[in-house]
Design a protein around this ligand. Structure first.
Ligand code: GTP
Length: 421
């Protein structure tokens, strides 16, 4: 059997996702109409050998309570639990801390998944790849598989330092792993999904922890070494190639990390496109001439027949879209009221906001292959996405361009390139 661990992080981590993380913790932020976590869990649920999914993080328990009870109803045959770290333990520290829980029922292997990615989640293929390496090649022993992304958006020197990079041989064996290298090492980057042999990896982390404990007992290092904190990417992966049991499953699928609001818009675009191509039955109102697919509209939302929506728009529940409204490349969350003839482009509008008549909320279009989600204006960086936090109220006829509006603000005059607080 196999298990899955989703690393959800915690409050202090979501800072780049502000102000959106003030309203919704990042793993629960809706992309194409569903929380990020729900996309991962849905794909995992298709694995027949998977019986348990653990979310590991350091958010308060209450954060995931409603989400968990809802998702458990959708997948009654899978145990889904939140395991809370008492502090941030790094991407491997929690795996060690909860090792008894992970090793219970002796799973052969387990997946580890970063909660902040959107891709086609090829869990089945990774599991098959792992089994094939072990079953069909007598001379190979596979204990770790990492998902490698070979088609990086704007794959250039500049972006190499943002990722973990992988060098592999002809058998897809990893010969070299470097986390966030100073210069470009390879075109293959860490996609944030791993499959580990259970005993093997827990032992590896234990050894690394021991090394750190020794250091933390020595007066000189004690101050900056915390042996509870272990990073998979920094402390563990770079040592694995020595064991010759570390392989990379390469994919050219779409892939995006959701790090900041701009990347949420791209993730939304990619996921909507994927769902539309597969014609997955994501609930959307019947196609009308004013809907330019792909679009997700919650069934509880009312959209005027004269509003023009799409492409790449997701609209959450209990929202009202009036006559003559135009929305494109945007995410509208719950309970939003968009009044007649308002226009929303390249923006994220959070819960319970109101957009006045003829108001225009506009960000800069981000190309799917573009990693730069900021633009510079007079030497200051601004989000390309225009972001309204919860309970924002924009008056009639107002123009809001490339702004970040913090919660509970009323916008009564035009604003451009500003943080409204
Ligand atoms: P940077 O944030 O730029 O360093 O990018 P990264 O992709 O290397 O991200 P990072 O390693 O911070 O996080 C990867 C995933 O692990 C995310 O889903 C985080 O929420 C999660 N994560 C990060 N740190 C921790 C931690 O201490 N505990 C747990 N449980 N999860 C974590």
């Amino acid at each position: 059997t196999t298990k899955a661990i989703i690393l959800v992080g915690g409050d202090t981590r979501g800072t780049r996702f502000r102000p959106l993380s003030l309203d919704v913790p990042k793993p629960l932020f809706p992309i194409a109409g569903k929380p990020l976590l729900a996309h991962i869990i849905e794909s995992l649920s298709e694995l027949p050998s998977l019986k348990e999914i653990f979310l590991i993080g350091f958010y308060e328990e209450s954060i995931f309570k409603d989400f968990l009870s809802e998702i458990k109803r959708s997948y009654p045959n899978i145990i889904i639990k939140y395991l809370r770290e008492y502090k941030a333990m790094g991407t491997a520290g929690g795996l060690f801390h909860f090792r008894d829980e992970i090793k219970r029922n002796s799973p052969d292997n387990f997946f580890v998944i970063h909660a902040d990615i959107i891709c086609n989640f090829p869990f089945k293929e990774i599991l098959e790849f792992y089994n094939d390496k072990n079953n069909y090649y007598n001379d190979l022993d596979c204990k770790t598989v990492i998902m490698g992304i070979s088609k990086l958006p704007q794959n250039n020197e500049k972006s190499a330092e943002n990722f973990g990079t992988i060098v592999s041989d002809l058998d897809d064996k990893v010969v070299h792993y470097v986390e966030k290298p100073e210069s470009k090492v390879s075109n293959l980057i860490n996609g944030g999904i791993y499959l580990f042999d259970s005993k093997y990896i827990i032992n590896k982390i234990a050894k690394q922890k021991l090394k750190k404990e020794v250091l933390s007992n020595d007066d000189y290092h004690a101050e900056f070494v915390d042996s509870d904190v272990v990073s998979l990417e920094h402390d563990i992966l770079s040592n694995l190639p020595d064991d010759e049991s570390f392989f990379v499953y390469k994919t050219k699928s779409y892939w995006r990390q959701v790090k900041n609001p701009g990347s949420a818009l791209i993730a939304n675009e990619l996921r909507l496109q994927d769902a539309y191509q597969k014609q997955k039955s994501f609930k959307t109102i019947p196609s009308s001439s004013n809907i330019i697919q792909p679009v997700f509209i919650d069934p509880s939302t009312v959209v005027s027949k004269t509003a023009k929506i799409g492409p790449f728009v997701s609209i959450g529940p209990n929202t009202f879209i009036a006559d003559g409204v135009r929305i494109k490349n945007s995410i509208i969350l719950d309970g939003v009221n968009v009044k007649p003839n308002a226009c929303i482009l390249n923006s994220i509008i959070s819960n319970n906001s109101t957009i006045g008549k003829w108001a225009r909320i506009e960000g800069t279009k981000i190309h799917v292959d573009d990693l730069l989600t900021y633009i510079e204006q007079n030497g200051v960086k601004f989000n390309k996405a225009c972001i309204l936090s919860s309970d924002s109220h924009v008056n009639d006829d107002i123009y809001v361009k490339n702004c970040v509006v913090l919660p509970n603000k009323s916008i009564k005059s035009d604003v451009k390139y500003e943080v409204v607080m």
